[in-house]
Design a protein around this ligand. Sequence first.
Ligand code: CP
Ligand code: NVA
Length: 325
Amino acid sequence: MTVKLKGRSLLTLKDYSKKEILFLIDSAIELKEHKAHGTLTKKLQDKNIALLFEKSSTRTRCAFVTAAVNEGAHTEFLGKNDIQFGNKESVEDTARVLGRMFDGIEFRGFKQETVDLLAEYSGVPVWNGLTDLYHPTQILADFMTVKEELGFLEDVKIAFVGDGRNNVANSLMIGAAKLGMDFRIISPKLLYPRQNLVDECKAYAKESGARIKITDSIPDGVKDCDVIYTDIWASMGEEDKIPERISMLKPYKITQEMLKKTGNDDIIFLHCLPSFHNLKTEMAQKFPDICEVEDEVFESNSSKVFDQAENRLWTIEAVMVATLT
Ligand code: CP
Ligand code: NVA
C-alpha cells in the first residue's frame, strides 16, 4: 500500500482517510514484529520530539518516549509549569519557537484549538495526544488490538458504553465511521454525542458502509457485538461532575451480565485506561461507586486492555515514522 504521510499532523481522525488509517495500523503491527525479532531500524535518528502535557498521562507519554527511543529520536518533556506556554507566551509564539528546534510536537491538553494552533504555527508535524474533544492516537491502538484479535476491521461490531460524548467516544465514532464498522454508542440520553459530530460521522458512513447507532438501551445496543468498550465516567477536567455522572452512568457499568447480553461467547472487552475496576486508587476510595467496569470483567479472558495499552506504543511509533520520514 503506498501512502505518503510525511509532514502531516494528526489532530483528529477526521483528517485521515480509511486507507491512511489502515496503513498506520498495519505499520504498527509490522513495527511490533520487528521489535520482537530484533530487526527494528532507527528511522528517526537525530530527530527531536517535544512532548507538551497540560494534563497527566501514563500510556501516551510513555508510548511517545519509548517509541522515539526505539527509533533513535530524542524527546523533551514539557509539562504545563515548565514553559511559558499559554501563560506568558501565546500558543502561536510557542509553536513558532518549538518548530525551529523540534522535528515534531505532541500535545495533550484541554482545548482542541490549542493543538490546531500548534500545527498551524509550528511548521512541523503535531500529534494530538488527547484534548477535551478527541483522542486519535488511542483509536489507532484500539483498532490494532481488534485486528490482532479478529484478523479484520471492516464490519466489526463495536459498542462504546458510558459517557457517549467524551474524547474517546468521539474519536472511536469517527474511526469506526471511516473504516466501515457497525458502531453503537450506548449511554443515557443526556450524554449522547453532539449531533453535529454524529451527522459528520453519518456522512463518512455513507461512503464506507458503516452503521452508526446511538441508543440508551443496553440490550438493543450490545446485541451481537464483537467488542464492548468503555472509559471512565468523568474525564480529566470534569472531576466536579463525578457525583452526577455516577448517578447517570451506574446502570451502564460493564458487567458479566452485560457481556452475556451480546450473545457472543468470544466478546472482547476494551478500555483505554486508566480504570477504577479494583477501587485501588485515592479517587475510588472517595467515590466507591465510580467503578465503570466490574473487576471480574476487567480481569477476564475477554479483556484485552493491556494488549491495547502496549499497542499505544506501536501505533504512536507508526505515526511518528510515517509523518517524519
Ligand atoms: N489511554 C491513555 O491515554 O492513557 P494515559 O492518560 O495514561 O496517557
Ligand atoms: N476520557 C478520558 C480518557 C483518558 C485516556 C479522559 O479524557 O480523561
